[in-house]
Design a protein around this ligand. Structure first.
Ligand SMILES: Cc1ncc(COP(=O)(O)O)c(C=O)c1O
Length: 431
């Protein structure tokens, strides 16, 4: 790829910073998450697995909008479904058949789904699930493990909790993935007080020693509602999400991101007795819950992802990247520094700390090289149906060079002479 300038992106960033906090509407899409000299801060268009920035630079995109793109950018079939609906109307005064069809489809493909409530963002769905669990149990406390969006009940338990009342913070407790004793400790410490256990079912290298089954059993024993937050894993690791892949069924599930190939829709789905509370006192209702372009896009996206070879292809292509990257790190003697984690459709290197360098330093050096080679990645890679083996070959060639840069930084105990611009400067650090 021949690099052009990033002048238009830079000029837009200067304008954005005057009128937009962090220069972007989403933290993780801001300039602070890209490093070095080749940062495409503003995107113009996408097609398949590729995007072009406002300066005309082309990238193979492994961020995919932070997950929403599961088929591919600007997909002709999804676009046709959206435009056909656009010709009929976007939002109406009563319900449409689309709402019923999508709720029925989710009940068919997601093991825990009996009923569905549509909202817009992942955080809307997780907040709705927590309210339903609190109403259903008559309890107030929640146990969390993972990231669950921007609302008070969750961010109160994170370092970025300014503005959240103390009384709300006190209701949320965290436990650790793959450490069932940390959850059982909470149940012992707060007997009959925990309404819900919410967790991202896929974290790191996945559940060990029957962790998800043990969480399921603890929730049953202590009368808490189990919620899988599948906003990331839903429609990415399997059509029915991590619960299909790991064969553990929660009481409720939250989905969002990948369900409509980029259109804004999310949902809480789950047991009838829990969702039925919306008929009787639990307030979960929004103006745009039945917005039709997103419903039409979701139905078409699910139809495409249901085709027999869809997830086979995503797993085949993504496994080639995961395996190839692990091999490159091992060949270069960097296996201890660059450790791969995640299921192939959502996997990447986690860098270890050294005496002189932080994981973010090393990721910055690594990512700068990927950007220079035309790969858009935050380290963790998302895959869609439009990625193919050739894209992976290009990505692996870039990783080869990027790991060489990491090795140079390790030799020098410094990133100063390698990084040609700012390092990654994350806003939100998970607990
Ligand atoms: C696991 C998980 N849950 C919930 C959310 C919140 O989704 P949204 O940003 O759409 O509100 C996210 C967002 O990244 C997420 O990763």
């Amino acid at each position: 790829m021949k690099k052009k300038s990033f002048g238009t992106s830079e000029a837009l960033l200067r304008r954005a910073l005057k009128v937009t906090p962090v220069g972007a509407q989403t933290f993780s899409k801001s300039h602070r998450y890209l490093s070095g000299s080749a940062r495409p801060c503003f995107i113009d268009k996408g097609k398949g697995a590729r995007v072009w920035d406002v300066d005309g630079n082309e990238f193979i995109d492994f961020i995919l909008g932070l997950g929403p793109i599961t088929v591919g950018y600007n997909d002709p079939e999804v676009n046709a479904a959206i435009t056909a609906q656009l010709a009929k109307g976007i939002t109406f005064s009563q319900s449409t058949a689309l709402e019923v069809e999508l709720a029925e489809k989710l009940a068919e493909i997601i093991p825990s789904a009996e009923m569905a409530r549509f909202v817009k963002n992942g955080g809307d769905a997780t907040s709705a699930a927590i309210r339903l669990a609190r109403a259903g149990t008559g309890r107030d406390m929640v146990a969390v493990c993972g990231y669950h969006g921007m609302h008070d009940w969750y961010v109160g338990a994170t370092p970025l909790n300014a503005g959240v009342p103390e009384s709300v913070k006190a209701l949320t407790k965290t436990f650790e993935y793959n450490k069932i004793d940390t959850l059982d400790k909470l149940f012992a410490q707060y007997p009959n007080q925990i309404a819900a256990v919410i967790l991202e079912p896929c974290q790191g290298d996945g559940p060990e020693n029957g962790f998800l089954e043990a969480v399921r059993a603890s929730c049953e024993k202590h009368g808490a509602v189990l919620i899988f937050d599948e906003v990331v894993s839903g429609f990415r690791v399997a059509l029915g999400g991590a619960q299909e892949y790991y064969e553990v069924t929660p009481d409720m599930t939250t989905i969002g991101k990948g369900m409509a190939n980029g259109m804004p829709i999310s949902a809480v789905v789950g047991k009838r007795e829990l969702l039925d509370q919306i008929n009787d006192g639990v307030f979960i209702s929004t103006t745009f819950g039945g917005e039709c372009l997103s419903l039409a896009a979701a139905l078409k996206t699910i139809e495409i992802l249901s085709r027999p070879d869809a997830f086979d292809k995503i797993w085949r292509v993504s496994s080639k990247l995961r395996d190839g990257a692990v091999e490159l790190a091992a060949t270069k003697g960097l296996a201890d520094i660059a450790k791969m984690w995640g299921l192939p459709p959502h996997a990447g290197f986690m860098f270890s700390e050294t005496d002189a360098l932080s994981p973010t330093d090393l990721l910055s050096v690594f990512q700068q090289r990927l950007l220079l080679e035309g790969i858009l990645s935050l380290g963790i890679n998302n895959f869609c149906l439009a990625h193919d083996e050739k894209d992976v070959d290009i990505h692996l060639a870039a990783i080869d060079k990027a790991l060489n840069d990491v090795a140079k930084a390790l030799d020098a105990n410094s990133i100063d002479s390698i990084l040609q611009g700012p390092p990654i400067n994350p806003i939100f650090k998970r607990n």
